[in-house]
Design a protein around this ligand. Structure first.
Ligand code: NAD
Length: 289
């Protein structure tokens, strides 16, 4: 048996096309397109690439993309003042402050300063709490995209055993909350988990969001399971080049799993598509309130 590859690129293109239709309808109804403003502090090259990709995807979907690039030594008070100005700007539906922030800035404080109605990353405690309590929320983009791919592979996941490896606020915890909302039986594994392999072997669904290259081995995977690889790890090759690999040992898992996401081309493209969907959702909710 060989797993079916879940094509994140194709799924993301379909979602982006759907969002573009929604954006055009919103613009026709309200006389303006939805707006997303991204704030980048410092010059981390990976963050600059993500911010550039987000802006491009916005424009392609008809969303107005704003961008602030602030120097690495920006004072926290100045960043909070910018967030306050964006909160107050009626043309801005979504605010995304690119993480990680420089060490002298308290990320939690900045996240908490964003208007929850404009929190398209879904990191604000109000949105995290709404998700955890089963209320409608802006949900973090990466786990949203993972859930779409899981549902497309498996259909109804009620009663399935799901193991989420990683407990970050960005991926692991909201992923577990989304799977629970779908009535899966959810285990959250993390760096202190005993017998991670044993937990994984029970799972119908494995979501690996760890940051450890090739952690999930072939014999950890129940035959036919759905394996979602969130990891993005750049590893050095013997020839001096580098390669992007996930948290799943793709070559080992491919012959055992039922479905698997590739890295790259799996979770990554879905994350950006879900950001566009969140921006449209925020614009529609704000217009209706
Ligand atoms: P994080 O560092 O905040 O969290 C990692 C989690 O993994 C922690 O909860 C930790 O307890 C757990 N962990 C660490 N070592 C472990 C081990 N040996 N066994 C079990 N659990 C272990 O990371 P994050 O922000 O959640 O990101 C995780 C990975 O996903 C990273 O590789 C990141 O680059 C990637 N990522 C990808 C996307 C995307 O769009 N594709 C988005 C976000 C994150």
């Amino acid at each position: 048996m060989t797993a079916i590859l879940i094509d994140g690129k194709a799924r993301a293109a379909a979602l982006r096309a759907e969002v573009a239709i929604g954006v055009a309808a919103f613009a026709a109804a309200h006389g303006r397109a939805p707006g997303l403003t991204v704030v980048l502090v410092g010059d981390d090259p990976a963050s600059a690439v993500y911010v550039g990709a987000k802006g491009k995807a916005c424009r392609e979907a008809g969303i107005i993309a704003g961008e602030y690039k602030l120097p690495a030594d920006t004072a926290q008070a100045d960043l909070l003042a910018l967030v306050a100005a964006l909160n107050a700007d009626p043309a801005v539906d979504g605010i995304l402050v690119q993480m990680p922030l420089p060490r002298h800035i308290d990320s939690d404080r900045v996240i908490a300063a964003i208007d929850p109605a404009k929190d398209v990353d879904g990191f604000h405690p109000v949105n995290a709490g709404r998700l955890a309590t089963g209320l409608d929320a802006l949900v973090p983009c990466t786990p949203s995209g993972c859930l779409m791919m899981i549902r497309e592979a498996l259909g109804d996941i009620s009663g399935k055993e799901a193991v989420v490896i990683g407990r970050s606020n960005i991926v692991g915890k909201p992923m577990a909350a989304l799977l629970l909302r779908e009535s899966a039986t959810v285990t959250i594994a993390h760096s202190r988990t005993a017998d991670l392999a044993g937990h994984c072997r029970r799972a119908d669904i494995i979501v690996a969001a760890v940051g450890v290259p090739l952690l999930v081995k072939g014999d950890w995977v129940k035959p036919g399971a759905c394996v979602i690889d969130v990891g993005m790890n750049r590893i050095a090759l013997p020839d001096g080049k580098t390669r992007l690999v996930g948290d799943v040992d793709f070559a080992e898992v491919l012959p055992r799993a039922g479905w698997i996401t590739p890295v790259p081309g799996g979770v990554g493209p879905m994350t950006i598509a879900c950001l566009l969907a969140n921006t449209l959702k925020a614009a529609m909710s704000r217009a209706a309130s």
